[in-house]
Design a protein around this ligand. Structure first.
Ligand SMILES: [Zn+2]
Ligand SMILES: [Zn+2]
Length: 64
């Protein structure tokens, strides 16, 4: 099971699921118009995406 972990304070976050189909969100990254790579978690069924969780001012790291 994939979880997100903060490498600064050690806080972990359990797997997030889509509110529509309840599938586990999959990790992906997108590139913004400014050329910045943003990590996101998205529904494998295409119901949408959210930005990866942040803690202590940085993206939390995905762990399997
Ligand atoms: Zn933290
Ligand atoms: Zn979904």
């Amino acid at each position: 099971m994939a979880i997100y972990v903060c490498e600064v304070c050690g806080m972990s976050l359990g797997t997030m699921t889509c509110g529509t189909c309840e599938e586990q969100l999959v990790h992906d990254s997108i590139t913004t118009e400014e050329g910045e790579v943003v990590h996101v978690a998205k529904c494998p069924e295409g119901h949408g995406m959210i930005k990866s969780p942040m803690c202590c001012g940085q993206d939390m790291t995905r762990k399997d």
